[in-house]
Design a protein around this ligand. Structure first.
Ligand SMILES: [Zn+2]
Length: 315
């Protein structure tokens, strides 16, 4: 009877004893009882074993969860790595293309014999400007067709007499030249000529990416722009878009062989002082080595009314 009562107490205390929640006195009582009672000892062993199993399962679940978590993290790391590699490779590709095109253009922008034609449409005025350049001589033919159908042809014969001082943010390179010029103007009603005018002319071929001055700007341009292979007017070229607005020509077609822009989209830009400007859309055609002295023979001056150079400047 006594044994039975002790067993009951022992059974009640066993779970807490296994979890080590019982006090020293209770521990002594249970340990003494387990020594003498086989039933309770067996019960105790079973309970302990089942608890151990339970704990092991819990541990296993924890390990499995950690493994899954680690795998997911691994996949994320790989995806991130792929994105970074693709970004670096793509930026590198664009840096290479821009540098290559600018190197190719170098040969042409310093050419002393070229014929350049620019067609542009700006605010309803259609303009064709044609430049013949041979050493220090230039002939420029500007044909303007206004919205109301008026046509004007201005032909300039110029001889270079010096370089203009550098202007900040000049959107041209090489430096602007000062030319002594005879300017022939022809409208439907009159023909006039102004002789020996001195003014600046900036018509040299320009690199498509002429605003890029250092490696930082080059990388920024490569990151922000998209550059895709295509053809334009039968020429192999790149379509470039999304260039930073500080540069001109935010969208353009660039000839793959010459590095010169052959078509510009109309765009706006901002110079480092925050002033906004606008470039009209334009088409460019170039020929090199085809200009001769014959292109600079001036027309018979007797057909033209001679105007004073000072009046021309005041116009
Ligand atoms: Zn017992």
């Amino acid at each position: 009877m006594k044994e039975n009562k002790e067993c009951k107490i022992a059974q009640d205390l066993l779970p807490n004893y296994i979890e080590k929640l019982t006090n020293e006195e209770t521990n002594k009582f249970i340990e003494e009882h387990l020594k003498n009672c086989e039933d309770c000892k067996k019960n105790y062993d079973d309970m302990k074993e089942s608890l151990n199993k339970n704990n092991k399962n819990k541990e296993k679940k924890k390990v499995n969860f950690l493994k899954k978590y680690k795998n997911k993290l691994r996949i994320l790391e790989i995806i991130l790595l792929i994105i970074i590699v693709a970004f670096v490779v793509n930026t590198g590709r664009k840096v290479y293309i821009i540098t290559d095109l600018n190197n190719k253009a170098e040969k042409y922008i310093n050419s002393t014999n070229y014929h350049k034609i620019v067609y542009s449409l700006d605010k309803g005025n259609y303009t064709k400007s044609e430049v013949y350049s041979l050493d220090n001589k230039k002939k420029i033919i500007l044909t303007t067709l206004t919205e109301d159908g008026k046509k004007e042809v201005v032909t300039i014969y110029g001889t270079k007499i010096g370089n203009a001082p550098d202007t900040p943010y000049a959107m041209v390179e090489p430096p602007i030249g000062i030319y002594k010029q005879n300017v022939y103007k022809e409208t439907e009603t009159e023909k006039t000529v102004t002789l020996n005018l001195e003014s600046e002319i900036a018509v040299e071929p320009q690199k498509a990416f002429y605003g890029i001055e250092n490696i930082k700007q080059l990388i920024v341009c490569a990151i922000t722009s998209s550059i895709n292979k295509t053809t334009y007017d039968g020429n192999k070229c790149y379509y470039v878009s999304g260039m930073p607005s500080i540069l001109l020509n935010s969208s353009m077609y660039v000839n793959k062989d010459t590095g010169l822009a052959i078509s510009l989209m109309a765009s706006e830009y901002e110079n480092p002082d925050g002033e906004r400007g606008r470039v009209a859309g334009a088409e460019y055609k170039y020929e090199f080595g085809t200009v001769t002295e014959d292109d600079f023979i001036e027309p018979d001056i007797s057909e033209y009314k001679i105007e004073d150079a000072n009046d021309y400047i005041n116009q």
